[in-house]
Design a binder for this molecule. Structure first.
Ligand SMILES: NC(=O)c1ccc[n+]([C@@H]2O[C@H](COP(=O)([O-])OP(=O)(O)OC[C@H]3O[C@@H](n4cnc5c(N)ncnc54)[C@H](OP(=O)(O)O)[C@@H]3O)[C@@H](O)[C@H]2O)c1
Length: 320
């Protein structure tokens, strides 16, 4: 039996649509999932390019890490993390029968299930759990135009943060962040040097200091955000869209008791993931949390890849 899938032939190439890939078989401790809708994420691109800072699945492989579907034994599940070489951008995939599976209801909107999966968790859990946002916080969300940043802005607003500052390069992305509940927008303009960016972050604060930074960017914007933090501030580092490195001055951290906390969905305790995923879906159902979703066909994987490379600011999902 064969199926349709997006296949990466070699690290550094772009996946191609293949209509005759063998349907995978589950091994011990694994389940086969018939995929209803899959999500595309920056991690799929960095893994395919070989630039992901972690273990890479060997090529050839089927790309994609997350989706919603039905197991062979009839459970409807959201899953994040597949068993290589079986990715989620396919009619069937293989998942460990464990923490990577979250059972969901039959009436759950598949688009919500995927939109608030990898990207949603990174934006929401980094803010409410790792960042431990409170109503006393002035939260600066870097990359607020991206899907992770849009969720972080809304998580901070829903948690009642005193002020939510959205920072991004794109004007359209900043307009959307304000619509989603940010109080203030800061443009990461090309002509702002480090000192200009620090001043822009500080000037954006209405009362007090920036106390919490949610950072999917690293690079120059994160360096400026660290310097802009007030005493006992914290920065949650979860991505590197602006660069894998930055120059960090000791004084920016030492003089202010600044704390830099790493965040990865992978190391978040399962009970936190399940509870916060549920909280996100509830908020989305109530119309309090939103993320624009764009659906593409599996046969259009080349186009989907290009869209994701361009930081589209919408959650891309693929229907196999
Ligand atoms: N730690 C985790 O568990 C986890 C989970 C999911 C995602 N992530 C990471 O989080 C990051 C964001 O993911 P996403 O899904 O939100 O991606 P996305 O929707 O593609 O958004 C990318 C964001 O990065 C910004 N950006 C890209 N290049 C930039 C640059 N050179 N300088 C400044 N800003 C730049 C974009 O800004 P403009 O729109 O303004 O151009 C946009 O805000 C990625 O690095 C991803 O790998 C981490």
């Amino acid at each position: 039996m064969t199926m349709h899938a997006a296949v990466l032939d070699s690290i550094g190439s772009t996946p191609r649509y293949d209509s005759a890939v063998p349907v995978p078989t589950a091994g011990p401790g694994q389940v086969r999932v018939k995929v209803e809708l899959a999500g595309l994420n920056p991690i799929d691109l960095t893994m395919a390019a070989g630039t992901f800072p972690g273990p890479l699945p060997a090529a050839p492989n089927v790309v994609g890490r997350e989706g919603i579907g039905t197991t062979d034994d009839g459970r409807r599940v959201y899953f994040a993390g597949t068993v290589a070489p079986h990715g989620s951008l396919a009619e069937y995939t293989i998942v460990e029968d464990g923490p990577n599976l979250i059972q969901v209801t039959d009436d759950l909107d598949a688009r919500h299930a995927v939109a608030f999966g990898i990207a949603g968790m990174a934006g929401w859990i980094s803010t409410v759990w790792r960042g431990a946002v409170t109503p006393d916080d002035v939260v600066l969300v870097l990359g607020a135009s991206g899907v992770v940043g849009q969720v972080a802005v809304q998580a901070a607003r829903i948690a009642g943060a005193r002020q939510v500052i959205a920072a991004a390069r794109s004007e359209a992305g900043l307009t959307r962040a304000l619509e989603l509940g940010a109080d203030t927008a800061v443009r990461l303009a090309d002509d702002l040097d480090h000192d200009g960016l620090v001043a822009a972050f500080r000037d954006a604060v209405v009362v007090g200091d920036v106390t919490l930074v949610i950072d999917p960017l690293w690079g120059a914007p994160a360096a400026a955000a660290i310097e802009a933090l007030g005493p006992n501030g914290r920065l949650v580092q979860l991505g590197q869209s602006a660069g894998a490195e930055l120059t960090l001055r000791s004084g920016w951290v030492r003089q202010t008791n600044t704390e830099i906390r790493g965040y990865t969905n992978k190391l978040t305790p399962r009970e936190v993931v399940v509870a916060e995923y549920g909280a996100m879906l509830e908020a989305a159902d109530a119309g309090d949390l939103e993320l624009e979703v764009e659906e593409l066909a599996l046969a259009d994987i080349g186009l989907a890849w290009e869209r994701q490379e361009s930081s589209p600011g919408v959650k891309l999902v693929i229907r196999p």
